[in-house]
Design a protein around this ligand. Structure first.
Ligand SMILES: Nc1nc2c(c(=O)[nH]1)N[C@H]1C(S)=C(S)[C@@H](COP(=O)(O)OP(=O)(O)OC[C@H]3O[C@@H](n4cnc5c(=O)[nH]c(N)nc54)[C@H](O)[C@@H]3O)O[C@H]1N2
Ligand SMILES: Nc1nc2c(c(=O)[nH]1)N[C@H]1C(S)=C(S)[C@@H](COP(=O)(O)OP(=O)(O)OC[C@H]3O[C@@H](n4cnc5c(=O)[nH]c(N)nc54)[C@H](O)[C@@H]3O)O[C@H]1N2
Ligand SMILES: [Mo]
Length: 775
């Protein structure tokens, strides 16, 4: 296949042979074919390891293989035979590597040994683990205030590593825990507790078998949680209606061929997934949700008048909820014309969706970044909760609210202490178990940590995984701020932007990956993760580590903590880092002690393949100030503030089918028909015509900024695409320079990456990237 950029709209079902071919190709490219077939069969099995891709749960009834196309890609990338050697670092200066693309950096393969930045030669040079920990500890000890350090966590980190990291950082003296969840499902963690008393989803995977309707709002299932397609296909075979609310007709939502289904694969058959596709405008979801609820209320009024079947779950509302009156006032007052104007969806379709919802006795409401990454993302989550509560769809079989989490353990990391705003009750328990007083003042989330870097208040940045500098908003500003830090430390598996945009001192600490064997003094260890449905399972790698010099994340935390605390907190003698590093069961005993209601007998319960963490809302116990589930009114309908003139468009920054966040598997996006190019803008043809932009023609985007700074991105090409007028989409992270740091969800500070106000202009061929062909 040639490398020329091409655009060929894809009309095939998602999944199918395309998925299997893509899996085979990526295994070949990373030279891991033979090893990976054996390895893939152990993925997500009780005696194997957990997929490091998404957080979708495993079914209780296992199949021969429990991986998907994108899980296989994640594994191939992790188990690649390619290595970043010390010779590689000796050959390339960091200035040179900064000129490489992220794709090129990660293609170099797995990191092998700890490296230290040497400013005199502008190169990374090998260093011993001992020297690295001693110097990092000395730098931390030299800070005037522990709050001058920021401790980032990405969501791949295991419960055990995250828990110990949180103990280390609190012993060091700060709650500065920016984490990837702050850019992701924080509106769930902060918004949902106000509604239902817990910031997590309420379903388990078995609920899919009893659901009578499924909603998927702002989430690209076939790409970002492909194993969920199995649940959707099964539901469709039972005749369950599926409502998809999304500005883009994502392939796998239209039709899907289940790679696990031999007959479909052999016959070229496929399953229609969305029975109702609501092609909402970007930021129009609250309007749609209010419309659905308004229609339900009108149906209920009719039922009351005629003595018909009730539409609302009156018993549930009376027994379990608070605030229905105010919600009814709000819904009665909103006007259909306004709903249609903001959402771009007609009243008739919204009434049809409401009828589907009203007929179903058990509905699952799934949502993703299309809901959370807006200025009123937390409010949007709460409106989804309202919809669920109107028909008692929380805490009964087949029903519930389902935030589809991102990283495989992003939910677990939050549960075990990665929280910049810990509650007093939690800190009290923490103090009791560890016998020292943790810091009480709230720390920095992601946005606040970047602000602290910009202002100079932050001096050290330590990252447990991830690629912070390319995940956060305002790329050029972030680069500059990171470069001014005294020290950056990255615990990583592969080379990325965060290693070449670094502080005055910089360390790369390479760790073993999920699929690899973690040997400690007492033998091979297993770690645990929590999936998006609060199921906890254990994971143990089966491959030899990529290099004999790697340490596990847990070893790195233990040794860094020991060195640092020896200097700054010699008074704390209650933490036995050596013993916990040698035997992870001892870490789990401590997790059980700090979280007795959730994790009591953790080691014992792990003898089962999985166990469920108690979810209060699922049991209709409402941990809210009213002691009930709350209907919450949102004054307005737009998920973002409207700024700029009538020529302002809303830009959603999205993932392609061939990437995991900042890791690119290739430059193509098969499902959307784009090959070998990521500098594209998906546009409605009316918006293109109004701006004199040709299909495949050059264009540039500029943010409608509110701080006087210009944010412009050129070198783009426009694609005529099925997307509502006023809405455009382009790939993350290339577009992060357009996303201002101040543009975030009001409640949770999650960057509003799905609704950047932009102007799109035609550009000259001279300024454009390589031509893209229609094929
Ligand atoms: N293979 C793979 N798997 C992944 C990831 C990955 O990058 N690759 N990332 C992981 C992570 S960390 C996360 S958080 C998840 C992300 O998974 P998703 O939540 O699916 O994330 P996105 O692809 O960013 O965007 C989802 C959808 O939002 C839609 N959208 C944009 N704006 C709006 C809007 O205003 N309203 C509505 N209703 N929809 C809108 C887009 O069209 C897109 O289909 O996936 C996880 N799993
Ligand atoms: N514009 C825009 N920005 C966004 C988003 C968006 O939709 N639009 N999405 C946001 C979301 S939802 C998220 S979650 C963030 C993601 O932000 P991050 O989680 O920070 O980014 P990733 O790209 O997932 O991190 C990839 C790196 O993790 C390292 N890594 C991989 N596996 C391991 C491991 O097992 N251990 C360790 N220690 N390191 C490992 C590798 O070195 C790899 O380069 O980005 C956010 N940023
Ligand atoms: Mo995420």
């Amino acid at each position: 296949m040639s490398d020329t950029p091409r655009f060929k709209p894809n009309h095939h079902p998602g999944g199918g042979w395309g998925a299997l071919n893509a899996t085979a190709r990526i295994l070949r490219e990373q030279s891991v074919v033979a090893q990976s077939t054996r390895t893939l069969l152990k993925m997500n099995k009780p005696d194997g390891f957990k997929c490091s891709s998404c957080a979708w749960p495993n079914p209780s009834r296992q199949k021969t293989f429990e991986f998907c196309e994108n899980g296989a890609k994640a594994l191939a990338f992790e188990t690649t035979r390619k290595r970043v050697t010390r010779e590689f670092f000796a050959t390339h200066t960091v200035a040179e590597l900064r000129g490489w693309t992220d794709y090129a950096l990660e293609q170099e393969g797995r990191l092998e040994e700890p490296m230290r930045y040497d400013a005199s030669t502008d190169r990374y040079v090998p260093c011993s683990w001992e020297d690295a920990f001693a110097d990092i500890a000395a730098e931390l000890a030299a800070l005037g205030d522990p709050n001058e350090a920021e401790f980032y966590t990405s969501g791949r980190t295991s419960n055990e590593a995250a828990f110990l990291y949180s103990v280390f950082v609190r012993a060091f003296g700060t709650n500065n825990f920016p984490d990837c969840s702050n850019m992701c499902h924080e509106p769930t963690s902060r918004g949902l507790p106000k509604s239902i008393g817990i910031g997590k989803g309420t379903i388990t995977i078995d609920d899919f078998a009893a659901a009578e309707a499924i909603f998927i709002v702002g989430q690209n299932t076939g790409t970002n949680s492909p194993r969920m397609m199995t649940n959707l296909v099964e539901a469709r075979h039972r005749g369950v209606p599926i409502v998809v609310i999304n500005p883009m007709p994502e392939r796998a939502h239209v039709r899907f061929t289940e790679p696990q289904d031999a007959v479909q694969m052999a016959t070229g058959g496929s399953t229609k997934i969305a029975t109702e596709f609501v092609q909402v405008r970007i930021s129009g979801d609250i309007a749609v949700l209010k419309g659905i609820m308004k229609a339900l209320v009108e149906m209920e009024d009719e039922a009351v008048a005629t003595g018909g079947e009730p539409v609302l779950d009156r018993d549930f509302i009376a027994a379990h909820t608070h605030g229905i009156e105010a919600l009814l006032v709000d819904l009665r007052a909103v006007e259909w014309a306004e709903i249609e104007r903001i959402s771009g969806i007609g009243e008739d379709q919204i009434r049809r969706v409401a009828a589907i919802y009203a007929r179903s006795r058990a509905t699952i409401l799934c949502y993703g970044m299309g809901i959370t990454q807006h200025q009123f993302g937390s409010n949007a989550v709460q409106q989804l909760a309202n919809l669920a509560l109107l028909r008692g769809n929380i805490g009964k079989p087949g029903a519930g609210i389902a935030p589809v989490r991102g990283h495989s353990n992003v939910q677990g990391d939050r549960t075990v202490g990665i929280d910049e705003k810990p509650t007093e009750a939690y800190l009290d328990q923490f103090a009791k178990v560890w016998n020292f007083e943790p810091p009480r003042a709230h720390g920095h989330d992601t946005v606040e940590s970047v602000e602290a870097m910009i202002s100079g208040a932050a001096k050290v940045f330590i990252a447990m995984g991830g690629n912070f500098v390319h995940a956060i908003p305002d790329t050029p500003i972030a680069y500059e701020a990171m470069s001014r830090l005294r020290m950056t430390v990255a615990v990583s598996t592969k080379l990325n932007r965060g290693h070449v945009v670094h502080g005055r001192k910089s360390y790369i600490l390479p760790c073993i990956a999920r699929a690899e064997i973690d040997r400690q003094a007492t033998g091979p260890q297993r770690v645990t993760i929590e999936d998006a449905t609060s199921m906890v399972g254990s994971s143990g790698g089966i491959l030899e580590p990529a290099s004999p010099h790697l340490l596990s994340e847990i070893s790195i935390v233990c040794r860094m903590a020991k060195e640092t605390l020896r200097r700054v907190r010699p008074d704390i003698t209650t933490i036995d880092w050596d013993a916990m590093e040698a035997d992870y069961a001892l870490i789990r005993d401590k997790i059980a002690a700090v979280y007795p209601t959730l994790y009591e007998n953790m080691n014992e319960r792990l003898k089962q393949p999985m166990f469920h963490l108690r979810n209060s809302a699922r049991e209709r116990e409402w941990n809210t100030p009213t002691g009930r589930a709350n209907f919450l009114v949102f004054d307005g309908m737009d998920m973002d503030k409207r700024i700029g003139g009538s020529d302002m468009l809303r830009l959603a920054t999205i993932r392609s089918h061939d990437q995991f966040n900042t890791t690119l598997y290739s430059n193509s996006d098969r499902y959307r028909g784009v090959y070998n190019d990521r500098m594209v803008v998906f546009m409605n043809e009316h918006d293109m015509r109004a701006r004199g932009i040709e299909h495949l023609g050059p264009c540039e985007m500029e943010t409608v900024s509110e701080d006087g700074k210009r944010r412009v991105l050129g070198g783009l090409r426009a694609l005529r695409y099925s997307i509502p007028p006023g809405s455009v989409a382009a790939y993350y992270p290339e577009t992060n320079g357009l996303l201002p740091l101040y543009h975030h969800d009001e409640l949770s500070k999650t960057p509003a990456a799905k609704s950047i106000p932009v102007l799109v202009r035609a550009a000259s061929e001279a300024d454009a990237g390589p031509a893209i062909r229609a094929a």
